[in-house]
Design a protein around this ligand. Structure first.
Ligand code: CLF
Ligand code: SF4
Length: 293
């Protein structure tokens, strides 16, 4: 399988700034904010802002149409020589906006053929899109998995909306988790390089994350990114008085997860859904419409 690491795969990992710590000094990513809707409610999220699974709260990205996004990718690729990855990560869930997301990827694939495509999702509908992902040659997919135990998950997700039905409580978490793990396994079997993001939520999933790490490793995940909770203003967690982990707590958890043999990402910058540039810098202001045209 693709997981075992042929030279092609090594090349793909080595040019991806999130999968490879060294690469993030030399290779840039851009995000295309084409996906406004979401099909779940995480308790740390306030829907007025970008998806907290891959970004910091309090940020509002302007949504682009697929055509606008593709034009932007062409413009940025021409000017930003370090660009190696074009990702879709929000501002909602990309697969809850599947038509817009895949139309954008198709346009970028044909007009900027030398960049890798990257997708980040909560994973609820991944199983419906395996063929789309494979046909488009999307080689990097991130799934945010905060729990594998539905009892813990029910403290993280308020509801899940699927095929016209709204689920709550344990049932919602159970559905989401089963879809995430099935999607992860299926993608890994197809040779897609999967990253798992987990939000470290003190008092909720801190002692549970090593079990998450072991499970996603056994299903084939290439790398685990444990990010600190940042409570969005106006989110349910803010009302409950939840707090971010201290840096010491985060590092300790990354050590434990890494100690079990999993590759750990330690350089995540919790990007915005419209970020452009090297990971540490956000140059989206340098690539406004006026400046690209
Ligand atoms: Fe973007 Fe995410 Fe792809 Fe990277 S970001 S969709 S995997 S190209 Fe990277 Fe940013 Fe952290 Fe995400 S630093 S938030 S891990
Ligand atoms: Fe918010 Fe969670 Fe949906 Fe992301 S997946 S937009 S964090 S509710």
């Amino acid at each position: 399988s693709g997981r075992c690491g042929g030279t092609g795969e090594l090349e793909e990992i080595s040019r991806h700034p999130c999968y490879n710590e060294e690469a993030h000094r030399y290779f840039a990513r851009m995000h295309l904010p084409v996906a406004p809707a979401c099909n779940i409610q995480c308790r740390y999220c306030n829907r007025k802002f970008d998806c907290v699974n891959e970004s910091r709260p309090g940020v509002v990205s302007e949504v682009l149409t697929p055509e606008q996004a593709a034009q932007k990718a062409v413009g940025v690729a021409a000017q930003l020589m370090q660009l190696s990855v074009v990702g879709i990560a929000g501002p909602g869930d990309p697969l809850a906006n599947a038509d817009r997301t895949f139309e954008t990827f198709r346009k970028v694939r044909s007009r900027v053929p030398d960049v890798s495509l990257c997708l980040s999702t909560n994973g609820l509908t991944l199983m419906e899109h395996l063929d789309d992902i494979e046909e488009l040659g999307i080689r990097h997919v991130t799934i945010t998995i905060n729990a594998i135990d539905p009892d813990i998950g029910s403290d993280i997700y308020s509801w899940v909306y699927d095929s016209g039905i709204r689920y709550e409580g344990r049932e919602a978490a159970e559905l989401l988790i089963s879809r995430q793990l099935a999607g992860l396994k299926a993608l890994c079997e197809r040779g897609v390089l999967c990253k798992v993001n987990s939000v470290l939520i003190p008092g909720v999933n801190d002692t549970h994350l090593p079990a998450v790490s072991r499970t996603v490793k056994s299903l084939g995940a290439a790398i685990h990114n444990v990010t600190p909770l940042i409570v969005a203003p106006g989110s349910p967690y803010e009302q409950e008085g939840r707090r971010a982990p201290r840096p010491k707590e985060l590092h300790a958890l990354q050590e434990i997860c890494g100690g079990e043999g999993m590759k750990i990402m330690r350089h995540c910058r919790q990007c915005r859904a419209d970020a452009i540039g090297l990971l540490g810098q956000d140059r989206s202001a340098d690539f406004t419409w006026e400046k690209i045209e």
